[in-house]
Design a protein around this ligand. Structure first.
Ligand SMILES: Cc1cc2nc3c(=O)[nH]c(=O)nc-3n(C[C@H](O)[C@H](O)[C@H](O)COP(=O)(O)OP(=O)(O)OC[C@H]3O[C@@H](n4cnc5c(N)ncnc54)[C@H](O)[C@@H]3O)c2cc1C
Ligand SMILES: *[C@@H]1O[C@H](CO)[C@@H](O)[C@H](O)[C@H]1NC(C)=O
Ligand SMILES: *[C@@H]1O[C@H](CO)[C@@H](O)[C@H](O)[C@H]1NC(C)=O
Ligand SMILES: *[C@@H]1O[C@H](CO)[C@@H](O)[C@H](O)[C@H]1NC(C)=O
Length: 549
């Protein structure tokens, strides 16, 4: 027998939710009046500039400000009833306490880069309120202590810049795209061009400040090692609201080297890529060569070998001449620069851009897009590549990014943090399709990328077919209408977390048995009665899923 669907408690929120199906504008007023009324009891200063309702002239601009996927801003997508922008930690506590008391669903947004927009749209439940962390973005770098406290609303670009301001031999190994929000990004892992040397952003977190479901602020010590484990890679929006991370800085050399070399099919891309698959995950840890693959002129594929080397050009050329002569890399292809300049280079800023641009915390582009990911454990043979090329060429808006693993990524055990894609992974593929006209292209593009994903199944990891939680993909399964069916969640949960999913569920059941922090792919609590789960706090063991059959 299958477990019964996970039924939500009959709290005022559920009743109100049902009522809202009939009179949603009344509910909207309810949210605005009662939520704001509740917040106002918390003596929030700057209160009037902290929230936006749909009738405010700036509402759309605020909603759209960091929303990265235009697909989730379409008119057909339900909008929040309120956006609250806390300007202090106490505001976040108040928002959680008020939402809990009134039974209102919260969505938490830091940088707005969620691939499926779960930080600013809800397919699961209406109405909902966004807590947008955009005003909480201070970064405090302690070079002597080799660490930094960074608030959730800061972008990784701001973090990188603030580090570089104080030292040219310190860095932090997180995302390549500089507009990512530290709050959501690190909760899912956070990889970048130093991952082969230092692992993920989440591997380099040493402390945290987080608001839990009771509105209390916890740090590493008060939350305990289980919850501290879960929030470093278990995905955003499941356990609490991250206020700030304390991260460990890593050493970078004063001079690093970058290059981008392009090869088309006519220039032997397939052969070079066959070699890359074997050597890129085994190269010197200081060298990260990713490959960006795009169709070109509707007839060929261009592969850009885009790299960061933590050292001078002469050392780089020794490595590539020995291990990857097929690329034909020469000194003239390479540029030496500081680490912060390499951040701009890899992020795609034009040569010569002032690093201060990172303080604007803005993204470079926005699109309608759909993306998916795969982890590859054995090289894709050339005939497999051929089919991939024909599919890319037929779709103008297509793009793939291949990211090499190995190095430090292989030396960290699978269960150290929830991110499990470690030793044995050769590289990760990200498939993307972008389009400009939301009205006409979505269905076609969605179908194209799903077919591509099916085509790639024989070459991808299996049991499970692994996926990166920070590349959220609702095709893998989702909860609807507040139903966090545990069985459904296991489908995507094991793809993102492998065996770590079980431990995440255990921890969720302990710290948030009522599933207050929820979205389409949040970690579900176990389907046991909440009263029992409260009494049995700390004693729930989940050895495998079958015990719930
Ligand atoms: C253009 C682009 C480039 C990218 N490049 C990289 C890359 O180089 N490396 C990489 O690893 N990933 C990359 N990603 C994926 C990225 O890591 C994830 O989308 C990540 O979740 C973004 O975090 P955010 O705060 O910007 O997003 P948000 O949309 O704000 O949040 C993402 C998720 O985290 C939750 N969340 C947000 N803030 C908090 C908080 N304060 N506390 C708790 N939960 C929170 C949200 O509810 C949501 O579930 C990229 C994404 C895009 C769109
Ligand atoms: C950037 O521009 C400078 C000066 O114009 C040049 O010397 C350098 O090689 C360029 N770097 C890259 C990566 O193109
Ligand atoms: C990674 O896996 C390979 C093959 O199973 C093994 O030989 C190697 O020792 C592992 N490396 C680490 C660091 O665990
Ligand atoms: C989609 O169509 C609507 C109605 O025809 C139009 O108002 C809107 O601008 C279109 N949107 C895009 C992105 O083309």
């Amino acid at each position: 027998m299958l477990p019964s669907p996970f039924s939500a408690p009959i709290l005022p929120c559920r009743l109100l939710f049902l009522v809202s199906l009939f009179i949603s504008s009344a509910y909207s007023d309810f949210i605005q009046q009662n939520f704001l009324g509740c917040l106002s009891q918390y003596q929030i200063t700057e209160f009037s500039t902290s929230y936006f309702t749909p009738t405010d002239s700036s509402f759309s601009a605020v909603l759209e400000s960091t929303a990265q996927n235009l697909r989730y801003l379409m008119p057909s997508v339900k909008k929040p009833d309120l956006i609250f922008m806390p300007s202090s930690e106490a505001h976040v506590q108040a928002a959680v306490q008020c939402a809990k008391r009134l039974g209102i669903q919260l969505r938490v947004r830091s940088g707005g880069h969620d691939y499926e927009g779960v930080s600013y749209a809800s397919e699961m439940e209406q109405p909902f309120v966004i807590v947008d962390m955009g005003k909480l973005r201070s970064v405090t770098v302690d070079v002597d202590g080799n660490s930094a406290w960074v608030e959730a609303g800061a972008t990784v670009g701001e973090l990188y810049y603030r580090i570089s301001e104080k030292s040219n031999v310190h860095g932090f190994p997180a995302g390549l795209c500089t507009s990512l929000g530290v709050g959501g990004h690190i909760t899912g892992g956070a990889y970048g061009s130093m991952m082969r040397k230092y692992g993920l952003g989440a591997d380099n977190v040493v402390d945290v400040r987080m608001v839990d479901g009771d509105g209390e602020i916890l740090d590493r010590e008060s939350m305990g090692e289980d919850l501290f484990w879960a929030i470093r890679g278990g995905g955003g929006g499941s356990f609490g609201v991250i206020l700030a991370w304390k991260v460990q800085l890593v050493p970078v050399p004063p001079t690093v080297t970058v290059f981008t070399v392009g090869k088309t099919l006519e220039q032997g891309l397939s052969k070079i890529l066959s070699k890359w698959q074997q050597i890129a995950p085994a190269l010197d840890d200081n060298l990260f060569i990713r490959v960006i693959l795009q169709p070109s002129n509707k007839k060929t594929v261009l592969g850009l070998f885009n790299a960061l080397f933590l050292g001078p050009v002469d050392d780089l050329l020794q490595v590539t001449t020995r291990s990857f002569p097929e690329l034909g890399l020469e000194g003239k292809d390479c540029s030496e620069m500081s680490w912060i300049e390499s951040v701009l280079y890899i992020a795609g800023y034009p040569n010569g851009t002032n690093p201060k641009v990172l303080l604007q915390g803005k993204s470079l582009f926005k699109n309608y897009f759909k993306a998916k990911s795969d982890f590859i454990r054995s090289p894709i043979p050339e005939n497999g590549l051929e089919g991939l090329w024909s599919r890319l060429i037929e779709e103008d808006g297509s793009l793939m990014i291949w990211n090499p693993y190995g190095g430090m990524m292989s030396r960290i055990p699978e269960s150290q943090i929830p991110f499990p894609h470690r030793n044995g992974t050769l590289f990760k593929i990200q498939y993307v399709v972008l389009w400009q006209d939301g009205n006409v292209s979505a269905a076609h593009c969605m179908e194209w990328i799903r077919k591509l994903y099916n085509y790639m199944a024989p070459y991808a990891s299996t049991f499970p077919r692994e996926a990166y939680v920070n590349y959220r993909d609702l095709d893998l399964g989702m909860s609807r209408n507040g139903d966090a069916s545990f069985v459904q969640a296991t489908a995507w949960g094991t793809k993102y977390f492998k065996n770590n999913f079980n431990r995440l569920v255990q921890i969720k059941t302990k710290v948030d048995p009522d599933n207050f922090f929820r979205h389409e792919q949040s970690i579900p609590p176990l389907p046991v009665s909440r009263k029992k789960s409260r009494k049995r706090r700390g004693r729930i063991h989940l050895s495998n899923n079958h015990q719930y059959d």
